[in-house]
Design a protein around this ligand. Structure first.
Ligand code: F6P
Length: 467
């Protein structure tokens, strides 16, 4: 497999990060040139904390034709090595296994009477998952300097630590899970040989990181079934919000413009807003959020015309039919609520599906209530970002199944995400929280949310891995 390889001599990298999605992506323009797009997120700002001279290399996969073209042309960012995984292998590993099996297991998303079914097609895809993991392990083995630290990310790359350990026993290998880990009985749905492959892959690491104690304990419980942790250490690092970046970014002009536009859409100066911002991801529970809002309008008709549900549901993993169906259901239900309850001057649900970060920040600043009700979530950074950015304080309705609950539960209004009646009640409670209490809670939420900013989060893991 060909790959771009810039700015790092063979075997010279001291710190290596490996993830499916890298920090850059490429698009072929009409004139044939390549447009570079840079991503954000905790890992990008975390890695920047170690500085440009630390000998860092980010190994990631090509995800699109643009990325593959960049690799073939030898154009690429310094400090990034993109692996040219064949498109069909990547599709089987990423869509077929990582997103359709491992993501489903860790988030408990199966409708179990009919799924999962582990058949020959599953086995075929699993072979691609192995090939894809092996491509990462080989590239890392090639690039790492003696004794280097390697930080492998997420469920896409569970087999990498074990494969890499075999090739390079001198390395310090860490793996970090950004998702929950499945409870033991749910994990047991996987075929025995797959479970033991996953476990020996993960346990090839010196250290395994999780976002919360709960997910770390779930892993340890699954491991106990398979013979225990051996010499692998477990760490908990609760990624926090990047306060400095968010506060600055949310006061830029484009955000102010979006606030004006949003206020117009909401209408009426005294109208309250219930805001949610998510990728349209099955685990985010957007449909039950809408059902709870409808329930609120039924149970408490006094809120009609006085509240608007601002829901941003940005596209995610649209290659998978089940995600497309879910997106359609979100849109259908929002329209149904608007046509049943709306009046000439009031649109009960303002739904946007086009990703716009500035508009998300605008909604964070305006929100009276933030609704974060996932079925299960590794952390949920929206729950942490809203209190940091909010202008006048915002009540947080938070699922007890989100990782963020561990740190924010005390000052949030906590819900069982499956219980629509309970969520409707919580929305009412949040809307009626006295302003003083709302402001006080928001201050405490913001402090808890920023306890471990991305830079520190990353450095903490690196130090622990090297120790
Ligand atoms: O949010 C959890 C997470 O696993 C992130 O670590 C990762 O970036 C993302 O999900 C993967 O999403 P996608 O399939 O869009 O790359």
């Amino acid at each position: 497999m060909a790959s771009t390889h810039v700015a790092s001599a063979h075997g010279a990298a001291q710190v290596l990060v490996a993830s499916n999605r890298g920090p850059v992506s490429y698009e072929v323009q009409e004139d044939g040139s390549l447009r570079t797009k840079r991503g954000g997120g905790g890992l990008v700002s975390g890695l920047s904390a170690i500085g440009p001279d630390a000998g860092a290399l980010w190994v990631c996969s090509t995800l699109s034709d643009g990325d593959r073209e960049a690799v073939r042309r030898g154009e690429g960012e310094s400090g990034v090595r993109m692996l040219d995984i064949p498109a069909d292998v990547h599709a089987d590993a990423y869509n077929g296994i990582a997103n359709s099996v491992l993501w489903f297991v860790h988030h408990m998303l199966y409708q179990t009477p009919l799924e999962p079914v582990f058949d020959a097609e599953f086995q075929r895809r699993w072979a691609s998952y192995e090939t894809y993991n092996r491509a990462f392990a080989e590239a890392l083995a090639e690039e790492a300097a003696a004794g280097a630290a390697v930080l492998v990310q997420d469920y896409h790359l569970c087999l990498v630590p074990g494969m890499l350990r075999e090739q390079r026993p001198d390395l310090r290998i860490g793996h970090f899970s950004h998702t929950p880990w499945a409870p033991v009985d749910y994990f047991r749905m996987l075929p025995d040989d797959i479970r033991s492959q996953l476990m020996s892959g993960m346990l090839g690491a010196d250290r395994l990181g999780f976002l919360t104690r709960r997910w770390a304990d779930a892993f340890t419980a699954c491991c106990a079934e398979q013979g225990g942790l051996g010499g692998t250490e477990i760490g908990v690092h609760g990624l926090g919000a990047d306060a400095d970046f968010l506060r600055k970014r949310s006061h830029e002009r484009d955000v102010e413009e979006r606030m004006t536009a949003l206020r117009e859409e909401i209408g009426g100066p005294d109208r309250k807003t219930i805001v949610r911002v998510d990728r349209t991801e099955l685990s985010k529970n957007i449909v039950r959020g809408l059902l709870a809002y409808r329930q609120l309008l039924d149970d408490r008709p006094e809120w009609r015309e006085r509240v608007v549900h601002v829901a941003f549901a940005y596209p995610s993993r649209q290659d998978l039919a089940v995600y497309r169906d879910y997106t359609a259901e979100v849109q259908r239900l929002a329209e149904e609520i608007n046509s049943s309850y709306g009046t000439p001057g009031w649109t009960p649900v303002v739904l946007h599906v086009k990703d716009d970060f500035a508009r998300s920040l605008a909604a964070y600043r305006l929100a009276d209530v933030a609704l974060v009700n996932p079925i299960r979530d590794g952390m949920n950074l929206v729950a942490k970002e809203v209190p940091v950015v909010s202008d006048e304080g915002c009540a947080l309705v938070l699922s007890r199944e989100a990782g963020a609950y561990e740190e924010l539960g005390e000052d949030a209004i906590v819900v069982n995400p499956y219980d629509v009646l309970d969520t409707a009640r919580a929305l009412h409670e949040a809307l009626t929280l006295p302003p003083h209490e709302r402001a006080e809670r928001t201050k405490r939420l913001a402090a808890a949310a920023t306890a471990l900013p991305p830079g520190q989060w990353f450095m903490e893991q690196l130090r622990a891995l090297r120790a």
